[in-house]
Write a protein that binds this ligand. Structure first.
Ligand code: ZN
Length: 278
């Protein structure tokens, strides 16, 4: 069973369609890590496609903001994102709004995906925290038990690898214990955990080994608004039996999305950034 992993589509229909065409025939199910809407010009079409295709879709901060519920109000967004959220709120049909309202705002453990957890932002703050550094990843490894957690939200593809090293850090309490307790020198050994961040190579098959000593947080990047200086749409294919991860990029007609955004009078800054991937 292969899962097509999509995140941060952001109402960019041209990007979503290009990804689905590129991945055609190479996946069995679709999992979406949230932010189907916001920023982009085709929220209804994107929600309808995800409603149709995705067996799991998690709630993103933009999905939540367009609902106008307390807790994730539009005030938390920068003025450009805010304007797009308000436009999206007016544009969404009731059926699509209801679909977004029903999305889980907590991490989800998929059936058939042993030892996997899916969340939009982070295990600790499922809708809002940005895992941008190994140290933020490190704190998050402490709040979930699964071997692999898939996240979106930052729009940057990355793999954080947590490893537990045995007997790396040793303290010798010779003098103290000799004096205080009468011990003959006591060595205390602590297991030490480290997190490093790995940059997946486009198109290469990565074996997702994991164990209680080796766990992963993986971000597939963004379909509709990449922020890693690569303008192409990002996605990944996860093979649930072989436990492999294939991260991919595909070009899409950026000008088409930009023209649709102009017609919708969405902010120029949001239109321009698609040409640069930030
Ligand atoms: Zn997003």
């Amino acid at each position: 069973m292969k899962a097509l992993i999509l995140s941060d589509i952001h109402a960019n229909l041209a990007a979503l369609e290009s990804v689905l065409t590129a991945a055609k025939g190479r996946y069995d199910i679709v999992w979406c890590l949230g932010d189907v809407v916001g920023y982009g010009p085709r929220p209804n079409e994107c929600v309808e496609m995800i409603r149709e295709l995705a067996t799991i879709c998690i709630m993103g901060n933009h999905d939540l903001a367009v609902l106008g519920k307390p807790g994730m109000d539009v005030e938390a967004f920068n003025p450009y994102a805010q304007q797009a959220v308000l436009w999206t709120r007016d544009t969404l049909t009731q059926t699509n709004r209801d679909y977004l309202a029903g999305l889980p705002d907590r991490p989800v453990r998929p059936t058939g995906g042993d030892d996997l957890l899916l969340t939009h932002a982070s295990p600790r703050e499922p809708v809002s925290e940005y895992i941008m550094t190994p140290s933020i990843a490190m704190e998050n490894f402490g709040v979930f038990a699964e071997g692999i957690c898939l996240v979106g939200h930052t729009h940057k593809p990355v793999i954080y690898r947590w490893r537990l090293h045995d007997e790396i850090y040793t303290e010798v309490f010779d003098d103290f214990y000799n004096d205080a307790e009468g011990f003959e020198g006591v060595n205390l050994t602590y297991p030490v955990a480290t997190v490093d961040s790995l940059q997946p190579t486009i198109g290469s098959l990565i074996q997702l080994e994991h164990s209680p000593q080796l766990r992963l947080i993986i971000n597939p990047g963004s379909v509709g608004q990449p922020r890693d200086n690569d303008v192409r749409a990002a996605y990944a294919i996860l093979d649930l039996e072989a436990l492999t991860w294939r991260y991919e990029r595909v070009p899409y007609p950026i000008e088409l999305t930009q023209n649709q955004m102009r017609a919708a009078q969405l902010p120029k800054r949001l239109i321009d950034r698609l040409s640069f991937g930030w």
